[in-house]
Design a protein around this ligand. Sequence first.
Ligand code: AGP
Length: 614
Amino acid sequence: MCGIVGYVGKKSVVGILLDGLEQLEYRGYDSAGVAIKTEDAINVYKAEGKLGNLRDVLTAHLSEVSSSTVGIGHIRWATHGAPSVINAHPHTCNCGNLVIVHNGIIENYKELKIELEAMGCKFRSQTDTESVAHLIAAIYDKEKDLTKAVHIATQKIQGAYALCIMHNDFPKKIVATKRNAPLVIGVGDGEYYIASDVPAFIKHTKNAVYLQDNQVATITNDSFKIEDENGKVIEPKVEVLPWEPVALSKMGYKHFMLKEIHEQPDIIRNILVGKIKTSDSPIVLNEVNLTRETLKNLNRIQIIACGTSLHAALIGKYIIEDFCNIPVDVEASSEYIYRKTVTDENTLVIGVSQSGETADTLTAIKQSKARGSHILIITNRPDSAMAREADSLLSVNAGIEVSVAATKSYMAQLTSFYLLAIYMAEIKGSKSAESLKELKAEMLLLPQKLEQILTQKQQIQACARKYANTRDFIYIARGINYPTALEGALKLKEISYINATGYPAGELKHGPIAMLDETMPVLSILMNGSVYEKLLSNSEEAKARNARMIALTNSNNPKLNDLFDDIIRVPDVVELLSPLIAIVPLQLIAYYIAEFLGKDVDQPRNLAKSVTVE
Ligand code: AGP
């Protein structure tokens, strides 16, 4: 899981590569490197750590490469070999004439290495990638055709990859290919950009070609040619990208995460436009390509996802079962793919993924598709690999999410689940028209309620700071907000590195209560509704063990003032919609704690936004 960029054109390449890599930092950020074609060589520059270190290296060598117009770059999230200069990409063959950058995993790299060492290749790094550099170089030495060498090499390599390759014999050429990893070519005026993702070049061009698996692109300053795996030239499909460059700016916020939290009211508004016209009219969800008959006869739904998307899926289960009377299973994709799962053509399989790239979810979806299930994908990236597997595609339209910690995409996924559940309930007639009407009316009010929470952010910040020095944190909830507790805890963990755990409150007394004492904060997600009284009792049990008690609540019960040390109040909302409200203060608590502790909020250690390895 890394980011790759490439450029062939007429502009100075250094800035283009560095800016492109900066936009891909969400994919990894433990080391970075570039290879730049100069008059008589290909120069490679690498640095361990954040991209700023590579910038410093290049600044020191600027005179060597400032006039160059061809190059490739890489930002790494280590899988094979520690983050270090030697393991950073680009990797070269032994003579240094061939350079490559790679995103993905070469599964048979050990076998290749044995073969290549026997042929005299000397390996310098611990990466899987280096074997591909030696392999292509060895084939090129015989064939003297770089594109052909790439075709032959990719028949030998197993695994997932997006590759960009340059050779010193060709002053203005990059060859690129991919299998199960994203790669897109930006088409400019007399120039071409190559990247793992659109943000790397969107400010230069909106015209792009998504490379398909096993295709090989040969790109020069004035042409590009795409061949299928058999070497047959194919007509490229140039698309006009919908993204706006402004979406990638912090717009005055200190971090992308804070900006993205603030975008949530508008995201809900945008999703609801055209889908809920009035509370009286049925939901419009033309994206669902299942006949009304099939929807009525569905006997099972499986939802597959990872991380934050998994938490959205758990809430999806709750509401679909409640509204539609269909059994729903939710499973982490990484578990789903390694066991015998029971799906057939009467099972609807829903894949949820912000990035649409997550390897585990993609594999799970492909498995279910092969078994004949209808595949519905809920994603923020309609241009992703997962979207291409969809029979029905619910694009959540949250805009590019830059911060590694998912916030606005979670909100958009949840909103989409509510729309889907209401849509199916309307078709099945499984919930009263009156209750669905009330729910739709309430949904239309959500954006204002979220805005109201955001106006109280100073109070939430003050509360967050009181708990910033804790080592552990417990979140408790029941019912529909149990996944909210999991998501609140995940947010805190990933950006502040505080050990936070979400529990169903009823489970506290079955073990976790042993951890409670005056050092342990317990945050209770105490929303009005069916489990309010039960959760209140569980909070009292925690208080009796001297825990530091925090309430996140829409209740005005005066009793809470004695029970809780801190109370974060949110606008009133019906219980079924409360996860959409309750998550916002939890995102802010995590954000303010991490910001107060001086953590790298948008790029937490050890993480990457798109997890394209299993
Ligand atoms: C969220 O804050 C995480 N960084 C992570 O758990 C993420 O949700 C997970 O990796 C799944 O990603 P996806 O939604 O792009 O599939």
